[in-house]
Each structure stands twice: as structure tokens, then as C-alpha cells.
Design a binder for this molecule. Structure first.
Ligand code: GAP
Length: 458
């Protein structure tokens, strides 16, 4: 089903996923805070990415580099010169727009007037100064992509771990862009997280590995619950390629506001390693690489006894856009007899809460005790969020957990507590309600864990 951004934003706020940042002071445009449910969902998605990249894939090393970045790094990478968007101002309504977002090149999308200024380049990087003196020598940047530190640490990792080609370095972390027009909830923001892997390959094999990563990443997103009909492999036209790319295929998704980029898989060639290298003249680099007079390292690997600068295939995904895509895919409305049911059909490994344990009545101590003891025992064995809901309103609890995406609710009722001397089969049993099918199973308390393991891939 399709969902509007307003509906999704409202659900995210109502259920503690995502809030506008600095709300008490009127908010800051393009910045969001993740609430108790959102932080779990985001961490779960990041963990799934890290597991598939670093633990399941061969020869991919992890990195967690600093956000503040040396000005030389971003100068030689080309970002100081080229990481720009063209913008125009409307002289009539005083709004500002990105030129590539205008539907009609001369017309203001806000008020319809034709009073637009000439386009001007605007560098998207956020600048700061390190230390007490603010001058050109103390300039540093909040990184606009996590990738650059992977390139500048390339030689250190090669020297420590002696990998053979192909191998990769993966990183998850914050990136910052002073977007001219942040919009569409968490889709285009000024502070966001990226999940990036730089995969170093022999230059003669670049196209093979590019295709490999496009397919690999497509399948991974499907495993996170995205709808295959709404996930597209979209090659970028040559005129839209970033300054470093020979070819890029985007994975685009049908978000509530339209089909847009979720992840880019770029062939960055030897552009970045070459640009950060010393002794460039000894390395047979591509013509586009910027001459470097500051680097202290030769960014090469020994291959067949010679220095080789590998090509780089880069799958680069936005974590926040990933959260948005996963929420878009999970959102369902179902018409029931009396009311509409809103349910997030999140994959169990992504769900913020794995199980809710609900005593049927809040002031019946034996019921509450039994529910508490089930919750404690599941918490000990799963080491994941398992909550106890003790408001006594079972319908309300089901509605809440449907909207949060909790895969299973366990209800402790009066039958669970029947006199242990009776031979009733319901003694010490609970009801497990499945979020998606709404089926209810009566399960003995000793079998709860194996039932959950069998039915949910947490
Ligand atoms: N290292 C390559 C790189 O940064 P990019 O296409 O500019 O390439 C990669 O960014 C991914 O980062 C995008 O596919 C998107 O998911 C995410 N991203 C980029 N800008 C963003 C923004 N302003 N807000 C949220 N996510 C963004």
C-alpha cells in the first residue's frame, strides 16, 4: 500500500521513533532526533549491515574514524572545489532552491514567479576551526562522506593486515552536509549516517565487482523487508556522475514522496587513493587524479611485486534513508470489523521491541507476577528488548505494539493460573499473538522460548 509522508511522520512522533530536533526552541531545519523506538530500529538496521559486510563477507575490515577532517584531505579529494550545489533565490517570495530541483528552470516552485536570481555555487561542507585561534591553518571540516578516512587510512590497514586484492574497509558513521533545502522528513537532512564500504579491486576487474556489489546490495535491502516492486537499479547518466566516479548505479526506492536514491554503488576508480598519494608520478594513475604536494604516504599495495593503486567499488547507503525505506515498506493499514488496524510489519530482526508480555488485568497480582517472570526470563535468554505492559487494557496494548511493529505479544490470562492441582490443560500456558497473521497460539510457559525461536528470526 502507499502511505503519505504526513502519516508516516505522525506515526513516528506518536510512537517514539523520530522527533524534530530542538523542538523546544522552535526546531532546526533538516535535523531530527531518534526516540526510544527509532534508536532501536536504526541500530538494528546498522547491525544488519555490519554483520553482512564485516562478519559474513570475506576480507572486509571495520573502521571508525573521526568526524572532524583535515582540510587537506577534502582539498585533495576534490570536495573543496566540487562538492557544490547550484542555488537560486526567489526575489519575490525570498525562498531559496536547488537548481536541479526546479521543475521549470526559470520559475519559483514556491510562488510561481519568474523572479529568480542567477544560479550560484554553494559548497555543502560544514566548516569549523580547531583550537582557540580561528584562521586558515586551523580550518577543519565535518566530513561530508565517511569514505575519505577509509582512503587516508588505506596504507595503515594494508601495512598491518597485509590483505590481498580484493578486500574492503567498512564504516558506519555521521556525515554532514549543509543542504540548501532539506526536506521530506529524514530523507534529505543536514546531519545523517552513512554505511559505506570501499572495496579495493584490481583495475582489470572493476566492472565485474561493480556488478557484484549492485546485486549484493539489492538483495540485502530485500532481506530488510523492502518491496522488490519498489526497489530499482537506476544507472546514473554520465552528466550526473560525481567528480570521482566512472560509473554509478543507484538503488532507488519508491518513498512516500517519490522514487529517489537510497544507496549509490560507485566505481571510484583510483581517483581517491591516487589523490591522497605521494610519489604519484611513479604510480601510473588515471588522468583525473589531482596532483598532491602534501601526502606522506604512497597509497599502493604490492601486487605481482609491483606497486599497484587499486580501483575502488563503493556501496554507500544512507542509514536514515534506510530507516525511512524500511518504515515505508512496513506500514500497513487493515480494515477490521470495527476499526482500522495500523501495523508495522517490520522484519523481526529490525523490530525495536521483540516481545510484549501483557497480563490481562493490571491489579491481579498473580497474573502480573507470572508476566514479570516470563519477561525476566526472556530478557535473560534473548538479551533484546522485551517489555512488560501493565496497563490492563489489552486492546490498547495490541494497538500500540502493532504500530511499533512488535512481532509477538504474550498474554497471561486467568486460565494460565488455574489451580495446579486441577488437570486442566491450560495450566501454565499463555497466548502468543502473531502481529502479522493475528493467529493466537496457546503455549506452555516452558515452551515459549523455543516457540519464539522457531517462528521469529530475531
Ligand atoms: N561516499 C559516497 C557518497 O557520499 P552520496 O550519493 O553523496 O555518495 C551516499 O551519498 C548516500 O548517503 C546516499 O545514497 C543517501 O542514502 C545518503 N545521503 C546523502 N545525502 C544525504 C542527506 N542530505 N540526507 C540523508 N541521507 C543522505
Amino acid at each position: 500500500m502507499s502511505i503519505t509522508m504526513e502519516t508516516l511522520t505522525a506515526l513516528c512522533k506518536r510512537r517514539g521513533f523520530i522527533y524534530p530536533s530542538s523542538q523546544v526552541y522552535g526546531g532546526l531545519q533538516g535535523l531530527y532526533d531518534y526516540g526510544p523506538m527509532g534508536v532501536e530500529l536504526k541500530k538494528n538496521l546498522a547491525n544488519a549491515w555490519w554483520t553482512s559486510m564485516v562478519y559474513e563477507h570475506e576480507a572486509i575490515y571495520g573502521l571508525d574514524a573521526s568526524i572532524l577532517t583535515h582540510a587537506h584531505t577534502l582539498n585533495y579529494s576534490g570536495h573543496c572545489d566540487t562538492f557544490n550545489d547550484l542555488m537560486v533565490d526567489c526575489k519575490h517570495c525570498k525562498t531559496r532552491h536547488r537548481v536541479d530541483h526546479l521543475v521549470n528552470p526559470n520559475q519559483c516552485p514556491q510562488c510561481g514567479s519568474f523572479a529568480l536570481t542567477e544560479p550560484r555555487a554553494f559548497n555543502l561542507m560544514m566548516k569549523t576551526n580547531l583550537g582557540p585561534v580561528s584562521n586558515e591553518d586551523s580550518v577543519a571540516y565535518l566530513r561530508p562522506e565517511t569514505a575519505q578516512a577509509i582512503f587516508t587510512q588505506f596504507k595503515t590497514i594494508v601495512d598491518t593486515f597485509s590483505p590481498k586484492l580484493p578486500f574492503g574497509i567498512a564504516q558506519i558513521g555521521k556525515a554532514f552536509r549543509n543542504e540548501i533545502t532539506p526536506r521530506n522528513f529524514i530523507f534529505r537532512v543536514r546531519e545523517f549516517e552513512q554505511m559505506e564500504c570501499e572495496y579495493f579491486v584490481h583495475p582489470s576487474e572493476d566492472e565485474h565487482w561493480h556488478q557484484y556489489w549492485i546485486n549484493q546490495r539489492y538483495n540485502w535491502w530485500i532481506d530488510q523487508g523492502l518491496d522488490p516492486d519498489k526497489l530499482h537499479k537506476t544507472p546514473q547518466p554520465p552528466e550526473e556522475l560525481a567528480h570521482y566516479a566512472k560509473a554509478t548505479t543507484d538503488l532507488t526506492y519508491d518513498f512516500p514522496h517519490g522514487q529517489e536514491e537510497l544507496e549509490g554503488i560507485a566505481n571510484r576508480t583510483d581517483y581517491d587513493l591516487g589523490a591522497h598519494s605521494k610519489n604519484q608520478d611513479t604510480l601510473n594513475l588515471s588522468a583525473r587524479v589531482k596532483p598532491n604536494s602534501h601526502s606522506t604516504q604512497k597509497m599502493a599495495i604490492k601486487h605481482d611485486m609491483k606497486d599497484l593503486v587499486p580501483y575502488v567499488i563503493e556501496p554507500s547507503a544512507g542509514l536514515d534513508r534506510g530507516v525511512l525505506a524500511v518504515l515505508t515498506a512496513a506500514y500497513h493499514e487493515e480494515q477490521q470489523e470495527q476499526a482500522k488496524r495500523v501495523v508495522l510489519k517490520l522484519k523481526p530482526h529490525l523490530a525495536p521491541i521483540k516481545v510484549a508480555v501483557i497480563p490481562l488485568a493490571k491489579n491481579k497480582q498473580p497474573l502480573v507476577n507470572m508476566a514479570k517472570s516470563i519477561q525476566q526470563s526472556l530478557k535473560r535468554s534473548f538479551k533484546k528488548p522485551i517489555v512488560l505492559e501493565n496497563s490492563g487494557n489489552i486492546g490498547k496494548n495490541y494497538r500500540r505494539h502493532d504500530e511499533i511493529g512488535t512481532p509477538a505479544c504474550i498474554t497471561v490470562d486467568f486460565d494460565s493460573l488455574k489451580d495446579t492441582t486441577s488437570d486442566d490443560k491450560l495450566i501454565d500456558t499463555v497466548t502468543i499473538r502473531d502481529r502479522d497473521s493475528l493467529s493466537q497460539h496457546r503455549v506452555h510457559i516452558h515452551d515459549i522460548q523455543s516457540f519464539l525461536n522457531e517462528h521469529y528470526a530475531y
